[in-house]
Design a protein around this ligand. Structure first.
Ligand SMILES: [Zn+2]
Ligand SMILES: [Zn+2]
Length: 260
């Protein structure tokens, strides 16, 4: 979609009645980002979970984290990818529904537990390659997390972390292939290391799958001297930094999902 069409869509979105981020039906009263039937299907990810990677199940270090320590200090997500949450993300990201993006951003701002941001001094959106950014017209992480950053008085530092090379879409790759795919793909913008050194930073993105992208970003930030690197995403698919689980590919996966 051309930039002008996106702008028109965004402006139109302001005038349209609000709808469910997943299906467009009238929103529910208790969670305006989703309609009552989609809201019923949402799976909220809560404690107990692996203290390190956030894998649901128990409050002990999960087998994957025991086997191979992730490069990030902590990862948390709000919702499971399966069902309407993943559907809403795809509607936003691949079909360019800025209305769905705005609803999801509102949900993140309302529903994120304050403790997830407690130590974070800086929010860093996982960057897209400039070509992909040009094609999509927006970085989904910036759109999704800007209201949250504003609400908690944190800086959303877009442009600090950069994707320096184009990577294959991660969809369909196993954990090892994902790690290899993103190795060396990120760096810090020239002269910005001082903004990271000694600080606690929170990487934000739409989806956490095996954590390969987050781990690679965390590695770059730690190398630059970051004191703590957390990861926070809207949704989490099944998968683990040390494991080989494939991302969920539900029956509602669309062809567009092949693009990252
Ligand atoms: Zn719905
Ligand atoms: Zn874990």
């Amino acid at each position: 979609m051309a930039a002008w069409a996106r702008l028109a869509a965004a402006l139109g979105g302001l005038l349209l009645p609000r709808g469910c981020a997943a299906c467009g039906c009238p929103p529910s009263e208790t969670e305006p980002a989703f309609c009552p039937s989609c809201r019923e299907e949402l799976v909220w990810l809560q404690e107990p979970c692996c203290p390190r990677c956030g894998r649901p199940g128990g409050d002990e270090l999960c087998p994957g984290c025991r086997r191979a320590e992730p490069a990030f200090d902590q990862a948390r997500s709000l919702l499971a990818y399966a069902g309407p949450a993943g559907q809403a993300v795809r509607r936003f990201k691949y079909r360019g529904s800025l209305a769905a993006g705005a609803e999801l951003a509102g949900l993140i701002a309302r529903r994120t537990p304050a403790e997830y941001l407690a130590g974070a001094e800086l929010l860093l959106p996982v960057p897209l390659h400039p070509w992909r950014l040009l094609r999509r017209g927006f970085n989904q992480a910036c759109v999704l997390f800007r209201p949250l950053a504003r609400r908690h008085g944190r800086e959303l530092a877009a442009g600090l972390l950069r994707r320096r090379r184009h990577t294959r879409p991660q969809v369909g790759l196993d954990a090892a292939a994902r790690r290899e795919n993103v190795a060396g793909a990120f760096d810090l913008a020239r002269g910005t290391a001082a903004r990271v050194r000694g600080r606690q930073v929170l990487l934000v993105d739409d989806v956490f799958t095996t954590g390969a992208t987050a781990a690679e970003c965390a590695r770059v930030l730690k190398e630059a001297g970051a004191a703590w690197v957390g990861v926070f995403t809207l949704v989490r698919a099944r998968g683990h930094p040390g494991g080989g689980l494939r991302p969920e590919a539900g029956p509602d996966m669309i062809a567009g999902d092949q693009r990252q």
